[in-house]
Write a protein that binds this ligand. Structure first.
Ligand code: PLP
Length: 438
């Protein structure tokens, strides 16, 4: 499938934007070929500047749970925009959106809005250090929490896609304050606390990792994290930027943490983004009142933002969450199962060893031997047959299906993926699986 205008647009972009993009994975470096320049999106479809249509499986990297340009969200944004684009003063809508978050995740006693997931995790870490007076941050290999210096070591997502260990430009002093542990490994966590417990401010984890491909936390892992941090006086930060309001109505916490008893868990702080802004820049950090009230203006931990709680962006988020009812989540889950079933059948028929990895309504394929069980950590995620993914991806693209341009990303379905859109994906998969087998 030729895309001459995208090729021209990419050449022009590279003359002014490093790599031709505003965020690295969009450049298609790990899958090859020309990134498609998108002109518009509606429902489950993207249309590029050549007029080619694709069934979208990235959903703006998560936010588009209702599909693109959902009428009630577009209407809310238009209404809000007509009343002014930003005031730099409080609005009632921020309170409404924060209350909607708390309705879904009651552990969020207080919430601070920011504009990106990166800002949310950055603020969470500053808060943890401010509250505990301790320097060290523990993260897990393969978890991505945005591009803040403290959390770029062995990060998944684009850092994994480009096969980088971390990032140049992060000082040794900063890196030395981050301990990176293998995911799903309670013994490693206990050992880190035995060695450094009184210096650890927090442990940050993706609620269910989805940036080294999707990984289901082993039963009891998040609960153990809760126990260990609480015993040591460190904070537990659960990053739901990707999974929040996407893995289920109350995020991964609603799937796993809310169960109660010994297996339940509620962190000190959550971070949210993506679906929370419905496609516009809204993210947030929220959690216990005690911890959150350390933030300025009540407390000594400074945090601020010109665009924080922007009235147009919060209108998009509020309209999205209000429309995202149980029917929406049921549709997203059913669409994901339809695609995952067709995917596994196509890969089986082509003789491609794989595991389908799940977290709520999120899934991704991993090209590993299923006899060894699902992927549970970064080491195994990186050891898969990554070379199978570029031909697989390119075949889907030629068939009009826009899969994530990286093996390490989740597949994002939406409530707008109807029978027609799903049928196009299902029809494209056997040929893509053959390409992966070659
Ligand atoms: N945390 C997680 C789990 C993410 O998946 C991402 C982005 O993909 C981020 C944080 C960073 O969010 P943003 O790209 O909005 O800065």
């Amino acid at each position: 499938m030729k895309a001459p205008r995208s090729a021209e647009a990419f050449a022009a972009a590279q003359e002014i934007l490093p790599g031709g993009v505003s965020s690295p994975v969009r450049a298609f470096r790990s899958v090859g070929g020309t990134p498609r320049f998108i002109a518009s999106a509606r429902g489950p479809y993207l249309t590029d500047v050549d007029g080619l249509e694709y069934v979208d499986l990235i959903g703006s990297w998560g936010p588009a749970i209702l599909g693109h340009a959902h009428p009630s969200v577009v209407w809310a944004v238009q209404q809000a925009a007509s009343q002014g684009l930003g005031f730099g003063a409080p609005t009632e809508r921020e309170t409404e959106l924060a209350l909607e978050v708390r309705r879904r995740v009651p552990g969020v006693e207080r919430l601070r809005f920011v504009s990106t997931g990166t800002e949310a995790t950055m603020t969470a870490i500053r808060l943890a250090r401010g509250v505990t007076g301790r320097p060290l941050v523990v993260k897990f290999a393969g978890c991505y929490h945005g591009h803040l210096d403290a959390l770029l070591a062995q990060a998944g997502s684009g850092v994994a896609t480009l096969a980088l260990p971390g990032s140049s430009g992060v000082t040794e002093a900063t890196a030395a304050e981050t301990l990176v542990l293998p995911y799903n490994d309670v013994a490693a966590l206990e050992a880190a606390f035995a060695a450094h417990g009184d210096r650890i401010a927090c442990v940050i984890t993706e609620a269910a990792p989805a940036n080294m491909g999707v990984i289901t936390p082993l039963p009891g892992f998040n609960a153990a994290l809760r126990r260990i941090t609480a015993a040591a006086g460190a904070l537990m930060i659960v990053d739901e930027v990707l999974t929040g309001f996407r893995a289920g109505p109350s995020g991964w916490w609603g799937v796993e943490g809310a169960v109660g008893g010994d297996d339940g868990w509620t962190p000190d702080l959550f971070t949210f983004g993506k679906v929370l802004g419905g496609g516009l820049p809204v993210a947030a950090v929220g959690g216990s009142r005690h911890v959150m009230e350390h933030l300025a203006p009540l407390g000594p931990v400074y945090q601020a933002g010109t665009l924080s709680g922007n009235p147009v962006a919060t209108a998009a988020g509020l309209a999205t969450l209000r429309a995202a009812d149980d029917v929406v989540y049921a549709r997203v889950g059913a669409a994901a199962r339809t695609v995952a079933t067709a995917l596994t059948e196509a890969l089986d028929a082509a003789g491609v060893a794989h595991s389908i990895q799940w977290a709520g309504t999120l899934f991704s394929p991993a090209f590993v031997d299923p006899a060894s069980g699902p992927v549970t950590d970064y080491e195994r995620a990186q050891a898969q047959d990554t070379w199978r993914y570029p031909p697989f991806f390119q075949s889907l693209l030629r068939s009009g299906v826009y899969a994530p341009p990286s093996i390490y990303e989740a597949w994002f379905l939406s409530a707008a993926h109807d029978d027609d859109a799903l049928g196009r994906i299902v029809d494209a998969l056997p040929r893509a699986a053959q390409a992966a087998a070659a």
